[in-house]
Design a protein around this ligand. Sequence first.
Ligand code: ADP
Ligand code: ADP
Length: 226
Amino acid sequence: TPAVEFRGVSVHFGATQALSPLDLSVAKGETLALLGPSGSGKSTALKALAGFVRPSAGRVLLDGEDVTDLPPHRRGLGVVVQSYALFPHLRVDGNVAFGLKARGLPRAEVAKRVAEVLELVGMGAFARRFPRELSGGQQQRVALARALAIKPGVLLLDEPLSALDAALREEMIAELLRLRAELPDTTMIHVTHDQAEALALADRIGVLRDSRLVELGPCEQLYRRP
Ligand code: ADP
Ligand code: ADP
């Protein structure tokens, strides 16, 4: 059973076809990059999977279960977006704890998981800081920790590196590769417009153009490595 399956998923916004019928499976533990220019439908595919937008047609499955009609918080996915989207009035630990508290986990368990996952992304020493006291790269690590705190089977990354400068991007790529190694069962779908980023991080790449998946294959097959 694939960890993620799109079955004929299409999305319209009014007259705009944001996603043409998409059929795509992602295996457990696999990292898939969705690569394409701005406006090609990458984010829309991710949001349909996350439940932030409703497909006009088709079904979305997680571990074989049809989740198309479930609200986002019932899908058990981790989501990281470009803009960090940390709560500015909460400290780092509060940000990471947010989803866990919302799920009603006991306090002791929340505290333990927050500490673990901040350690995992190298932010253990920053638990009591506010987001504004952190660099962009550090904020993105916290966003990653928050997404991982619920131990998601599937992690969705929507241009997580785009807001970072070149040096921090390199650092985050290394960080994501390390996470992949430490969380081999976690399936990742990574949206990017940057071919180098896709090649560095993914097992397979799906290329979108004009709302359509036009190519899909292992990195080596689609692009010769530099
Ligand atoms: P990408 O992530 O590849 O940049 P998107 O999935 O964000 O592309 O967008 C695909 C298309 O759908 C674009 O034409 C975009 O303008 C349109 N679109 C995306 N979100 C909305 C929305 N909420 N309302 C209307 N049009 C949208
Ligand atoms: P972009 O793809 O343009 O960078 P974002 O990925 O930041 O935009 O997300 C913007 C849209 O995604 C919002 O309009 C919002 O409806 C939806 N969204 C993002 N996160 C959540 C969330 N946690 N819950 C519900 N909707 C969300």
